[in-house]
Write a protein that binds this ligand. Structure first.
Ligand SMILES: Cc1cc2nc3c(=O)[nH]c(=O)nc-3n(C[C@H](O)[C@H](O)[C@H](O)COP(=O)(O)OP(=O)(O)OC[C@H]3O[C@@H](n4cnc5c(N)ncnc54)[C@H](O)[C@@H]3O)c2cc1C
Length: 399
């Protein structure tokens, strides 16, 4: 892995050049897998000079875990890393413009820039913090560290991300309220849902199951509970209410869905241009709704690389083939909920809770990094659960 100073004009390499935008779970996996073909030169563009384990950001905000991993630990030696942000893709010229003013020319591009928070239409949302990416997590940590004893933190959003944040903070001794909106853990089955809620309450979280936040103040939050407006103290309000993709694809004139994700066909090729291949949370694969997750992102990254390698070889890429195995949320460090799923992510019968689930979740977190690291030294080794046709799936669960 080598890092390039972007104040210089970036040299274009003579071999087939693949640029990977974003070095998260999908992009890092894709970059390593591309090395199955030694004739391919790989450049990765990422704003941070390290790999951020997004699935540990709730640990970072509460001080229970470090989400950062050096690129030298997860990317293959001959991958060039450019620490910069892509600002526009000129598909016609096959060129990516970067925030530093430099540009990169490519033969093929992998678009894997993930997602960020989506600001809901709640009056006063400018007072809120968001849990989505490295920058937003740093802001939460700063605020949380400045809170006095027993100052209330409100986490909004009863999906798996909101649950993980609320639990982690409560276990560290903070006063936490979790406002469910659409309910707590509505994506898992009833047994898993009720175990999750019980564990949250055990940790001291004030669970407002179906309450809906209707206004956010500097130090208050207004919650509608059964039609009644309740103004409650909230020294920090953290929204975990959903993600959207950055504007890059839309600003570059590429086809996107309603939350800004690059639209691709079933082989991950961009609808407008098959030299641009998408992977991870930042893409909407035609007819295949996938829950935003590293569980989906790593297989997508591997398949994006395979699609590019197939095109370089003059072959037709295969359609995406993957499925889900489980939904898993940590509930502090000592418990978790592991809901096994059918391949379309709908809940199956098996549920594991408590310490065994917490231990499994920790193994999963380590495993996601191990997968990428192993792919760096053994390109092509990563295997995933192939789910077959998921086109009957309707609505993906909210993370
Ligand atoms: C608190 C939390 C807990 C989670 N827990 C789980 C879990 O337990 N299990 C699970 O499956 N999923 C979990 N998720 C979701 C999971 O983190 C994402 O689905 C996953 O990170 C998606 O991977 P990705 O590679 O598509 O995007 P990311 O991991 O977000 O990587 C995208 C990369 O692109 C970079 N980038 C952004 N814009 C640009 C640009 N313009 N130019 C270049 N680079 C750019 C970003 O900085 C980032 O490094 C969690 C998310 C959060 C926030």
């Amino acid at each position: 892995m080598s890092t390039t100073d972007t104040t210089q004009e970036i040299q274009v390499v003579a071999r087939t050049h693949v640029v990977v935008l974003g070095a998260g779970y999908a992009g890092a996996m894709a970059a390593n897998r591309l090395r199955r073909n030694p004739a391919v030169a790989v450049t990765v563009v990422n704003p941070q000079p390290f790999f951020v384990q997004r699935i540990r950001l709730h640990q970072f905000v509460s001080g229970t875990g470090d989400p950062l991993v050096g690129f030298d630990d997860v990317l293959a030696d001959d991958i060039r890393v450019v620490v910069d942000t892509a600002t526009r893709i000129d598909a016609g010229a096959r060129r990516v413009h970067l925030a530093s003013g430099a540009h990169l020319d490519y033969d093929h591009l992998i678009y894997a820039i993930g997602t960020r928070h989506r600001t809901p239409e709640i009056p006063g949302a400018e007072h809120a913090l968001f849990i989505a990416d490295w920058a937003s997590a740093q802001r939460i940590r700063e605020r949380v560290e400045g809170l006095g004893a027993h100052e209330m933190i409100t986490v909004v959003g009863g999906g798996l991300t909101g649950i993980e944040v609320a639990a982690e903070l409560a276990e560290r001794g903070h006063d936490v309220r979790l406002v469910g909106g659409r309910g707590i853990a509505s994506s898992v089955g009833e047994r898993a849902r009720s175990a999750t809620e019980k564990q949250l309450i055990r940790l001291g979280v004030d669970v407002v199951d179906t309450g809906r936040v209707v206004e956010i103040g500097e130090r208050t939050v207004t919650v509608d509970i059964d039609g009644e407006r309740n103004v409650l103290p909230s020294a920090a309000t953290i929204l975990a209410t959903g993600f959207e993709a950055p504007e890059l694809a839309a600003d570059s004139g590429l086809a996107t869905d309603e939350i800004g994700r690059l639209r691709t066909d079933a082989t991950l090729a961009g609808i407008d241009d098959d030299r641009i291949v998408g992977a991870g949370d930042a893409v909407a694969v035609e007819g295949m709704p996938l829950r935003m997750s590293c569980q989906a992102a790593e297989p997508l990254g591997a398949q994006a690389a395979e699609a590019v390698l197939a095109r370089i070889a003059g072959e037709q890429p295969n359609p995406v083939d993957q499925g889900f195995v489980a939904q898993c949320a940590s509930i502090g460090r000592r418990a978790a909920t592991l809901q096994f799923t059918r391949r379309d992510d709908s809940p199956a019968r098996a549920v594991v809770t408590g310490r065994l689930a917490a231990w499994t979740k920790e193994l999963v977190c380590r495993g996601t990094v191990w997968n990428i690291r192993h792919e760096a030294t053994h390109p092509g080794a990563f295997r995933w659960f192939r789910g077959g046709d998921l086109t009957t799936t309707t609505e993906p669960a909210l993370r």
